[in-house]
Design a protein around this ligand. Structure first.
Ligand SMILES: N[C@@H](CCC(=O)N[C@@H](CS)C(=O)NCC(=O)O)C(=O)O
Length: 216
């Protein structure tokens, strides 16, 4: 059965691959699983049909037969568990890769999203200039810690895994902020992720959605 995922009909990031359908597309490409995409508008995301799939009215979702999932991390985990290529066979290595999946989503992504939200939504607030350095410092500390752990390794723990897929996906949100450039080994780590053929296929597929909307 071909899984169907949802993605923005018109992504606010203009096809830069930052919307969270990208990580699901990437996972599907890594394991060689063909998939379909249903594009949804912002309006449709808040309507009952989509809310039945996603209680928070967001993308991505994942449908396969009578299974419907939401939350990009849970979807990537589901894909990684069922198909070979994103989680090691060895039980301990697998547990460590899953740990990195949680670390990407629970330790790294929140301060990265905080920085994005501060710059996007709080610029006009009187307290913006005081808050921004605090948010940046909190994130910088996490990046320092991650950078120290990655060192000169290619991936987080041996071979590329779903942990790397999610970690690279969240770090990519920092592109353009300048903060990633402070950590050359993390920049190189992200570039290694982007260089993977599966990443490129996923990126091009989501970009094609955006460019096709330009001609409509
Ligand atoms: N924790 C969720 C976050 C999902 C999320 O924030 N989706 C964004 C796109 S990247 C969205 O649908 N935003 C529109 C909205 O919240 O109305 C996940 O990882 O799937």
């Amino acid at each position: 059965m071909t899984p169907i995922i949802t993605a923005f009909e018109r992504s606010p990031d203009r096809g830069r691959g930052l919307a969270r359908d990208m990580r699901v597309r990437w996972a599907l490409e890594e394991v060689g699983q063909p998939y379909g995409v249903r594009l949804v508008s912002f309006k449709a995301m808040k309507e009952p049909a989509h809310l039945a799939l996603h209680p928070f009215g967001q993308i991505p979702t994942y449908e396969e037969g009578d299974l419907a999932l939401f939350e990009s991390g849970a979807i990537v985990f589901h894909i990684a568990e069922r198909r070979w290529g994103l989680l090691p066979d060895d039980a301990n290595a697998r547990a460590r890769a899953i740990t990195w999946m949680f670390a990407a989503l629970r330790t790294m992504e929140p301060p990265i999203v905080d920085l994005g939200n501060a710059k996007l939504l709080e610029r006009d607030e009187t307290w913006y200039e005081q808050r921004l350095p605090v948010v940046e410092e909190r994130l910088r500390k996490r990046l320092e810690e991650l950078s120290r752990r990655v060192g000169d390794a290619d991936w987080l723990d041996g071979k590329f895994s779903a942990g790397d897929l999610l970690m690279v996906s969240v770090l990519l949100r920092l592109k353009g902020s300048g903060m990633l450039d402070e950590f050359p080994n993390l920049s190189a780590y992200v570039a290694r992720g982007e260089a993977r053929p599966a990443y490129k296929r996923a990126f091009n597929a989501q970009l094609a959605v955006f460019t096709s909307t330009l001609t409509k």
